[in-house]
Design a protein around this ligand. Structure first.
Ligand SMILES: C[S@@+](CC[C@H](N)C(=O)[O-])C[C@H]1O[C@@H](n2cnc3c(N)ncnc32)[C@H](O)[C@@H]1O
Length: 394
C-alpha cells in the first residue's frame, strides 16, 4: 500500500464527511491533480473512498471508532491488506476488526447496512417489508451501463468499437441498445465524448420508451438537465420531430447542447429555459411531456453513497412540494389526449405514487400504468415512472 494513495483516499473521505463534498467530484478532482496515478492506483483510491463512504457505520462498528483513519483501517482489512505501521489510527487492531465481522451481522439494520437511523425508519415506514431487500441492493456496487446512440451506431458496432480499446461490453438481453461493462470497468473520457455511447443506468434507460415517442411529434422534456433522456428520446424518434428540452439551470442546458452535437441530435433537440412565459408559449402544444422531476435520488445510492449522509428529511419534504408543482404547472403544456410521463430516481412512494394520486385528484388526467424499477428485482438503479393521459376537454 502506498502512503500517498492511502492519505489521498482518507483526505477525500474526510472532505465528504466533514465538508459535505460530493464524492464523485472530489474523486475526479484528485485524479486530475495526480495524472501520474496508474490504473491500479486509481482503483485503490476509488475503492477505498466508495466503500468507506458506503459502509461508514458498519466499519465504525468493526473498528470501534468513527474517525476516518479507523474506517479506512477497517476497509483495508476487508480488502485483504496488512495495515502498514505508518497508518496511525485509534480503534481496534486488524485481528479484532476481523473478529467483529460475525458480531456485525447481529447489529440493527441501520448499522449493518450503514444508513442514518432516520432514513432507515423512513424507508421502512414507506416500503414495509421490501425495504430490507431494496436497501441491501442499494449497497451493491454498480456496473457501468451504456446506451448505444442509434443515431450514430448499432449495438454490434459499438461492442466492436469498444473492444478495439480493450473494453469488453455485453448486451443487456432485456433492454434494447443497452450495454454493460465488466465489473470495475469504466469508460475513458475520450470515448465518453465520442457520442456513440452514453453512460446511462439501465433503470434510467427504461423511462424514455414509456413516452412511446413517434417520429415528427413535439415532445417536451421539462426537467431535462444535461439531457440523458432527451438524447434517448431523439434516438427513439430517429432524429425526426422536435424535442424541447427545458430546465431551470442554464449551465445544464448548455451541456445538453454540447452532448446533442456529439450525438448528432441538434436538428431534433432545442433547449429552452423553463419559466412562466415558456410554459404559456407551449400551452397545450406538446404531443408528449416528460417530467423527470428533481427528487431525493434515493434510487441511486449505489452510485452515490455519499448522498445518504448528506440528505436531510427537510430536503425530501421540499422535493415533494417541487414535484407536485412540476406536475401541476408543466402538464399544461400537453395537448388533450396527450401522454405524460412522471418519473423520479426515488423508490419512496411519497415522491412517486402519492404525488401522482394528489395530481389526479386535481387535474383531468387518467393513470395508464406505473413502472417502478426495483433495485432488488433488477440490479439497476431505483426509478419510478407513471404514464398518464390527459383527458380530452368536453
Ligand atoms: C432528475 S434531474 C433530470 C435528469 C435528466 N432528465 C436526465 O435524464 O439526465 C432533475 C432536473 O430538474 C431540474 N429542476 C429542478 N427544479 C426544477 C423545476 N422547478 N423545474 C424544472 N426543472 C427543475 C434540475 O436542474 C435537474 O436538472
Amino acid at each position: 500500500m502506498h502512503r500517498l494513495l492511502a492519505t489521498s483516499a482518507a483526505d477525500i473521505i474526510h472532505a465528504v464527511f466533514e465538508q459535505r463534498k460530493v464524492l464523485d467530484h472530489s474523486l475526479a478532482k484528485a485524479f486530475q491533480a495526480n495524472p501520474k496515478w496508474g490504473k491500479r492506483d486509481r482503483n485503490f483510491v476509488a475503492e477505498t473512498v466508495f466503500e468507506v463512504v458506503r459502509w461508514r457505520r458498519a466499519l465504525a462498528f468493526l473498528a470501534q471508532d468513527e474517525s476516518t483513519p479507523a474506517l479506512c483501517a477497517a476497509q483495508w482489512t476487508r480488502m485483504g491488506y496488512d495495515l502498514p505501521e505508518w497508518w496511525q489510527y485509534d480503534g481496534s487492531d486488524a485481528e479484532t476488526i476481523k473478529a467483529r465481522e460475525a458480531e456485525l451481522a447481529e447489529q440493527p439494520r441501520a448499522v449493518r447496512e450503514s444508513i442514518p437511523d432516520w432514513l432507515d425508519a423512513l424507508g421502512s415506514e414507506e416500503l414495509g417489508e421490501s425495504w430490507d431487500a431494496e436497501l441491501a441492493a442499494l449497497n451493491q456496487r454498480a456496473p457501468v451501463y451504456l446506451r448505444v446512440n442509434t443515431l450514430k451506431t448499432s449495438p454490434a458496432e459499438a461492442i466492436d468499437w469498444l473492444a478495439s480499446y480493450h473494453i469488453p461490453a455485453h448486451e443487456v438481453s432485456e433492454l434494447p441498445n443497452t450495454l454493460v461493462l465488466n465489473p470495475g470497468k469504466t469508460l475513458p473520457k475520450s470515448l465518453r465524448l465520442d457520442g456513440r455511447v452514453e453512460i446511462q443506468d439501465a433503470g434510467s434507460q427504461m423511462i424514455a420508451p414509456l413516452l412511446e415517442p413517434q417520429a415528427n411529434e413535439c415532445i417536451i422534456d421539462t426537467c431535462a438537465g444535461a439531457g440523458g433522456k432527451s438524447l434517448h428520446l431523439a434516438a427513439l424518434m430517429r432524429g425526426k420531430g422536435k424535442i424541447v428540452a427545458m430546465d431551470i439551470v442554464p449551465k445544464k442546458l448548455q451541456e445538453l447542447q454540447r452532448r446533442a452535437k456529439r450525438a448528432r441530435a441538434t436538428r431534433t433537440i432545442e433547449t429552452q429555459l423553463i419559466n412562466p412565459e415558456a410554459i404559456a408559449t407551449y400551452e397545450s402544444i406538446a404531443d408528449r411531456v416528460l417530467i423527470d422531476a428533481p427528487c431525493s435520488g434515493l434510487g441511486t445510492l449505489k452510485r452515490q453513497p455519499d448522498l445518504k449522509w448528506r440528505i436531510k428529511p427537510a430536503t425530501i419534504q421540499r422535493m415533494r412540494g417541487i414535484q407536485q408543482e412540476c406536475l401541476q404547472n408543466y402538464s399544461t403544456m400537453l395537448k388533450p389526449g396527450g401522454r405524460l410521463v412522471y418519473a423520479t430516481c426515488s423508490i419512496l412512494p411519497s415522491e412517486n405514487r402519492q404525488n401522482v394520486d394528489h395530481f389526479l385528484n386535481n387535474a383531468p388526467f387518467k393513470l395508464i400504468k406505473e413502472c417502478p424499477v426495483s433495485p432488488a428485482a433488477t440490479g439497476y438503479d431505483g426509478f419510478y415512472a407513471a404514464v398518464l393521459e390527459k383527458l380530452p376537454t368536453s
